[in-house]
Design a protein around this ligand. Structure first.
Ligand code: UDP
Length: 197
């Protein structure tokens, strides 16, 4: 996959089938947590000012062309013809893959109410989806060791983080080395709120 630099962030010149294939391969053969984040122009405002965040984005395994702004920029700067891959859409595709392949999912983020309701909705929408654990997104720093233990004991291979950006990317940077079973991590922002409606 070619990674295109757009101002101070990047976007991957990748199609949805290619990105899904990459996720499937990582779930089969991955040995560490791999990050999927959405690339959109808003992030150009926070990423350059924050070296830590810059590194987290730079090292991400997949940077989805989430926003139309990135698609336009890629065309203008590189003549690249990218299709949009909205993060929320990719999230649902991963849920379908998880249900089909028997991969366990952990959902971290949003309010307790939204988190619980979205878990129910997803289980109805994707029969067989194994939600091995979930936690709301308003835990404090002192709760992090227990959360990590919860995620690890759930044996989840897939972790969705719904803390908004850049909180979710920073959480991944800070805790990725403590994750044991997780192979795929997607930052899904406010997607759970949209699902609950
Ligand atoms: N959120 C959270 N913990 C926080 C702050 C936010 O769980 O400390 C959740 C919030 O409930 C919402 C999501 O993160 O579900 C933020 O969504 P937003 O649309 O702001 O994020 P974006 O999609 O723009 O990154």
């Amino acid at each position: 996959t070619k990674r295109l630099k757009i101002l101070d962030i990047w976007v991957d010149a990748i199609t949805k089938p290619e990105a899904m294939q990459k996720v499937a391969d990582i779930l089969k053969n991955g040995q560490r947590p791999h990050a999927i984040f959405a690339a959109n122009p808003e992030k150009n405002f926070s990423v350059p000012k924050d070296p830590e965040l810059h590194k987290i984005f730079e090292q991400a395994d997949i940077l989805l062309p989430d926003g139309i702004g990135m698609v336009w920029a890629a065309r203008t700067l590189y003549g690249a013809n990218l299709d949009r891959i909205p993060g929320a859409e990719f999230f649902e595709d991963i849920c379908a893959l998880a249900a089909q392949g028997g991969y366990k999912v952990f959902i971290y983020g949003s309010t307790e109410e939204v988190n619980r309701q979205s878990a129910e909705i997803l289980q109805a929408r994707f029969p067989g989806l194994l939600i091995a654990g979930r936690a709301h997104g308003y835990l404090g720093i002192k709760d992090m060791p227990a959360l990590i233990k919860h995620i690890n004991s759930s044996q989840a291979e897939i972790l969705f983080i719904a803390l908004g950006s850049p909180k979710q990317e920073k959480w991944f940077g800070a805790h990725k080395d403590s994750l044991r079973s997780v192979k795929i991590v997607q930052g899904i922002g406010g997607t759970l709120d949209t699902i609950v409606g």
